[in-house]
Design a protein around this ligand. Structure first.
Ligand code: ARG
Length: 588
């Protein structure tokens, strides 16, 4: 379905053509003087140069032709040659009725569906999740939903960090605590126990302990590095421990991400792609791409046009160990082999940008990915505390994700209990739903690349540009619609008719922008623009709500039109928050 802007642009192009001017001048934009008009066209100013005529004259000729247009209730030429436009009320209402009937609310699917992989989440197994992982999960999930909404095949991959030093640390500490376990007995040839030698709670304690201990004790650190090496080189017992760690941690991660309303199609990790490394290294050497530099195997990725130095991509350390670059390249080998994506998008902390520049260049240059495969790095900024510094606990440690979420839920619960008297159980559930919206909206309403301040008080507020405000608006609409149905009316077959007031018209014009906004959001991969839009829409709705008798309107046709407009507004808001990755409660 064409956007409203496209519809009126076509009308404007016709008028320009008929008046004898090139239609390229008929560009219509949103008005920057909302007090005077809703849309505007400045094309007469540009056309004036080409046709050597006064702009006011051109504008005058064009508006003359728009007099009987069904699109515009006003088309006015103003000096020195602007065309100010107001949309015909009936035209806007008809447009909304078409939107309401469309399954996608007027958004068109892509002409050609593409396969897009999104690498996001990226937690490190057995290490606590921190707030950086939260951003990746929130932004990645929203992007995934947006790209999917446009009709593409989207595969989200969590890309676990499951092959690193943390595993060696855990193995080393376990050996110290329980040396008699069969995993550490090299002569043991039997089956290993099915039951893990630790619970998730123990695992969560072991890693930070071992990590801190290794920092102080050289010999311990050496041992952990050795254990990492042995694990990576096929030690049977260590592999069995690793499998226990994976099983237990991944179950816990699944629970955590589920609570965040984040869902991955693939639960792959760094360990899964180690098998591709030997042949990949061979290919890099045989193809003449890789060379040794001070014992390390590297691929140069510097390009002539670079203004700064881009260090080479590191394939193998001098001791033969694979690195972060290697694993990401091997992951691309697998992605090409199994999924042939048209595009891979990485949602990772922007401080890792250089790593991805190196990996992308190396993958392209060496043919690991096809020329046409698009590799995109979507770097996000840091989430800071109110002091503007990276988020810390009160004690100054790294803030763990679950604590942050708990803090929000508690604050939300307090507010919901203060607000009105809902039963306690319901308040708890509602606090979780609204709390998640507060976190996600607080994050997504900022441009992803920017740092932002995580402000619990502001994010949980029911007023202002916040998640709870949006949800509150949806709940308000739902409640009106429920009352309408309870009064014995059925909303089937009702439609929107021409606006009766300025505030109703504003709401209509806001609603009509939905498909246009989604188009931009998709092209620019910019979820923050959904937030900006639904904030405007919610404001327009609330103004309408305060100025209009809806359920008590006596004229039945009018009342039905209001209800139809509310239904559409609700659908737009609900679709939008679903694209952002959260939902609305029934009451709050
Ligand atoms: N696990 C990494 C970290 O915590 C993030 C992984 C990002 N994705 C990737 N393909 N490298 O920093």
């Amino acid at each position: 379905m064409k956007t409203l802007l496209e519809c009126i642009t076509i009308e404007m192009q016709e008028a320009f053509k008929q008046a004898g001017y090139d239609e390229k001048f008929a560009k219509v934009t949103l008005s920057n003087r909302p007090d005077l008009c809703e849309y505007q066209c400045n094309g007469a100013m540009a056309a004036a140069k080409t046709y050597k005529k006064a702009p006011a004259m051109i504008a005058g000729e064009v508006v003359e032709l728009l007099k009987d247009s069904a699109c515009f209730e006003m088309a006015e030429a103003v000096n020195p040659g602007f065309i100010n436009l107001k949309i015909e009320k009936k035209f806007a209402a008809d447009y909304l009725n078409k939107m309401a009937l469309d399954e996608m609310l007027g958004v068109s699917k892509c002409a050609e569906a593409r396969t897009v992989m999104i690498d996001y989440g990226g937690p490190n197994v057995a290490k606590p999740l921190h707030v950086g992982h939260l951003r990746s999960a929130i932004i990645g999930e929203s992007i995934k939903r947006i790209i999917r909404y446009k009709g593409n095949e989207v595969i989200g991959d969590i890309h676990l960090g499951d092959w690193g030093y943390q595993m060696g640390l855990i193995i080393t500490e376990l050996k110290k605590r329980q040396p008699k376990l069969p995993y550490f007995d090299t002569s043991y040839e039997g089956e290993y126990p099915k039951e893990a030698p630790f619970t998730i709670a123990e695992l969560e304690e072991i890693y930070p302990f071992a990590s801190a201990y290794a920092k102080e004790h050289e010999a311990y650190r050496e041992e952990a590095l050795k254990a990492t090496y042995l694990l990576q080189n096929g030690h049977r017992g260590y592999r069995a421990i690793w499998e226990h760690i994976m099983r237990i941690s991944v179950a816990d991660l699944k629970k955590n991400y589920k609570n965040l309303n984040v869902e991955f199609e693939l639960w792959k990790g760094e360990a899964d792609v180690q098998k591709y490394i030997p042949s990949m290294v061979e290919m890099l050497k045989d193809g003449g791409y890789a060379h040794y530099d001070q014992g390390a195997l590297v691929v140069d990725v510097q390009e002539e046009s670079d203004k700064k130095e881009i260090p080479p991509c590191m394939i193998l350390k001098s001791d033969g160990a694979a690195l972060y670059d290697t694993t990401d390249l091997a992951t691309l080998v697998e992605r090409e082999k199994l999924y042939q994506p048209d595009e891979v998008i990485y949602v990772v902390d922007k401080r890792q940008e250089m790593h991805f520049v190196q990996v992308f260049r190396c993958a392209k240059k060496t043919g690991i990915v096809r020329k046409e495969t698009e590799l995109k790095f979507l770097g996000f900024g840091t989430m800071n505390g109110k002091d503007g510094k990276p988020f810390k606990t009160r004690e100054g440690g790294v803030m763990r994700l679950e604590n942050l979420i708990r803090e929000i839920h508690e604050e939300m619960y307090k507010k919901i209990m203060d607000n009105r008297t809902v039963p306690e159980e319901e308040a708890k559930r509602t606090a979780q739903i609204v709390g998640l919206a507060a976190i996600k909206y607080g994050d997504l309403s900022n441009q992803a690349g920017k740092d932002y301040i995580f402000d619990v008080d502001r994010f949980t507020s029911f007023e202002g540009n916040t998640g709870p405000y949006i949800l509150y608006t949806i709940v308000r609409i739902k409640s009106i619609l429920n009352k309408y149905v309870e009064s014995g009316k059925t909303p089937e077959g009702i439609s929107i008719s021409a606006a009766q007031s300025e505030c109703e018209k504003s709401l209509m014009l806001e609603a009509a922008k939905f498909n246009d906004v989604i188009e931009t959001v998709y092209e620019e991969i910019a979820p923050h623009k959904i937030c900006a839009y639904i904030y405007d829409l919610a404001n327009a709705f609330n103004k309408f709500y305060h100025e209009t008798k809806i359920l008590t309107e006596e004229n039945e046709k009018l009342r039905e039109s209001y209800i139809a407009l509310l239904m559409l507004t609700r659908k737009i808001l609900e679709t939008s928050i679903d694209l952002l990755g959260f939902e609305a409660p029934e009451r709050m």
